[in-house]
Design a protein around this ligand. Structure first.
Ligand code: 9MR
Length: 577
């Protein structure tokens, strides 16, 4: 018997069904003092689990060998199972055990209880458990729209007047050209604010748009009828596409129509201070064209043209237009193959600059997408497969090129090679998964700015790999990463605002900070733990996986961003199926 539980008599219901697990029915007094004293030291996905999916909780190392699954409302025990051997996770400085209750699939509302470790937060087992997170994660993009009123019909308490019309944007001296000298006024409305700030950055917008496009294309059934209550909801296309088009309409204006080059960003000179979007009245600038932004644009628009082929009727001519602008961008890049973005001195907003970069990854991605969209292999000439592909993020995009090639069903060497590379990335993640105490494939290098998106982009690679070649560990490892951001992590936070019993409340998101509403905009993924402390806030720990602060101050762990929410959308859509 387990210490501390001895007093309670339990009636064993069924044992043999599930190996290693016992069903039992016990009544423990609600608010068991033992459980409460210990606090929430048991970490798990606070939103919950699908009935048929893997279900894991992480428990502190304790001499106890057993966990209980209890009904969250009555406290009665419904299942008992063995805890695993203890295993350490260095990035958290912890030794922990695993409670695996995968085999239990009865819908309901539960907690995990371990004598002398207390109780977990409550969670659901339910078929539609992720629906709310998925629609909120997409709706965040709507809340972050520039140039449109966010009205009460669609936003409820989060309504706000339109901000940044961006119809009067100045060409900055760094972006001056013959046809558009410095000071020329151009119009560049719409798009999403990048993050907690109000600027619009081509490179980051590109990968975000792209990730959402891939989600739409990969999970058509999930999105076909999903209505998000946005202004376009009554039209005949999925709302996810409507939301994506809001940003594409802007992205297109970032291309100089005279030469095809793409401006690196549309920005204030300095990060804006207090206030909501409509309270800002700073000048806005188009800043320097760069090869990275131009190739990124080429890749995104080429892929958008592929997706739009399914919507010819609703949006005639778009697929052709998108491919055309992509090819124009490509031609500019050919003539300007290595124009790096250099932040002008008077500007201090996000740089999204490629540091020590060859731009090989941008070339590879753009070539692969143009090849996929046009069928012309010439785009790939002189471009080889990456040697050590990294997990996709705004600054490393070769993995996106691998997706493009691997998913063309061709058999040529590039396509086959891309598949092999993706599979070996996924296999490496599976090894990391088994080696981590939390059973989460995150290693020390992953804890950098935006670590939660590193987690979800890793999950995306695993899910892509699964489409190429089934493997019993790919999906559990991907699911572990979603569990991680929703609470199975050493901070005990669910990093998605509005979801989970203890979720991020004070994100570095100007709109949420200045709107005088206590709750943050829901569905936003916080950047996540990382030990850089770039903002000089007071962190509770320097351990990589614990260096997180739920405070407005913490822009380096608690900001939100479109490129972080986009893989959240992809991964939840994939795992909800
Ligand atoms: O996500 C970006 C991260 O990789 C960089 O290390 C960091 C510092 O340059 O900037 C992050 O992006 C921020 C951008 O520069 C401005 N908008 C907010 C973004 C998220 O913090």
């Amino acid at each position: 018997m387990i210490k501390g539980l001895i007093k309670f008599s339990c009636r064993l219901l069924r044992a043999p069904l599930i190996q290693g697990l016992m069903f039992a029915s016990c009544l423990l007094p609600a608010g068991n003092a033992l459980a409460q004293a210990a606090g929430a030291r048991i970490h798990l996905n606070q939103v919950g689990f699908l009935p048929e999916s893997g279900k894991i909780a992480v428990v502190p190392d304790t001499p106890v060998g057993e966990f209980w699954l209890v009904d969250a409302k009555t406290g009665s025990e419904v299942l008992r199972g063995p805890l695993s051997q203890a295993q350490t996770w260095d990035v958290a400085g912890e030794t922990v055990k695993i409670a695996d209750f995968t085999a239990f699939n009865k819908p309901g509302y539960y907690r995990i209880r371990v004598a002398d470790a207390g109780e977990s937060p409550p969670f659901h087992i339910q078929a539609n458990v992720y629906d709310g997170v998925l629609s909120a994660a997409i709706k965040y993009f709507y809340f972050n729209r520039a140039s449109a009123p966010i009205d009460a019909d669609h936003a409820g308490q989060f309504a706000r007047p339109a901000g940044h019309p961006d119809t009067l944007v100045y060409i900055h001296p760094s972006a001056a050209s013959d046809k558009r000298p410095a000071g020329t006024v151009v119009s560049s409305p719409k798009g999403w604010y990048d993050a907690g700030d109000y600027n619009k950055y081509s490179v980051n917008s590109g990968i975000s748009t792209y990730t959402l496009l891939v989600a739409l294309a990969d999970f058509p059934r999930v999105f076909a009828d999903m209505r998000l209550n946005i202004p376009e909801s009554a039209d005949a296309v999925p709302d996810l596409l409507n939301e994506i088009l809001w940003n594409i309409d802007w992205l297109i204006t970032m291309q100089d129509p005279h030469d095809g080059g793409v401006y690196h960003k549309l920005t204030d000179l300095r990060f804006s201070g207090d206030g909501l979007p409509h309270e800002q009245n700073t000048n806005r600038y188009m800043v320097q064209k760069s090869t990275a932004a131009t190739l990124n644009f080429a890749a995104v628009m080429a892929y958008a043209s592929v997706v739009m082929r399914d919507y010819q009727k609703q949006f005639p001519g778009r697929a052709e237009q998108y491919l055309q602008v992509a090819d124009r961008a490509w031609s500019w890049a050919k003539k300007n193959p290595k124009v790096l973005y250099v932040q002008p001195q008077e500007i201090n907003t996000g740089a999204y600059a490629m540091v020590n970069e060859t731009l090989q990854d941008e070339w590879f991605w753009a070539a692969a997408e143009l090849f996929r969209a046009s069928g012309k292999k010439a785009y790939m000439s002189g471009i080889g497969l990456p040697e050590n592909p990294r997990v996709p993020e705004w600054s490393s995009v070769e993995g996106l090129g691998l997706f493009a090639l691997a998913r063309q069903n061709g058999t040529d060497k590039l396509q086959q090679g891309a598949r092999d590379l993706l599979l070996s990335m996924a296999d490496r993640m599976v090894r990391e998964y088994w080696q981590s105490g939390y059973l989460v494939p995150m290693t020390e290098v992953d804890f950098r700015w935006g670590s939660n998106a590193v987690a979800l982009n890793k999950a995306m690679v695993l899910l892509m790999a699964e489409r190429l070649r089934p493997n019993k560990d790919y999906r559990p490892a991907a699911r572990a990463l979603l569990d991680y951001v929703l609470g199975r992590n050493p901070t005990g936070y669910s990093f998605v605002t509005g979801f989970g019993t203890k979720s991020t409340l004070y994100p570095h998101h100007r709109i949420s900070h200045y709107d005088k509403i206590t709750a943050p905009v829901p569905g936003m993924l916080a950047g996540g733990p990382q030990p850089g402390w770039q903002d000089k806030c007071k962190y509770p720990s320097r351990l990589p996986a614990k260096s997180y602060l739920d405070d407005w101050c913490s822009f380096s762990t608690n900001e939100v961003a479109i490129n972080w929410n986009a893989p959240l959308v992809y991964v939840v859509a994939a795992l909800r199926e």
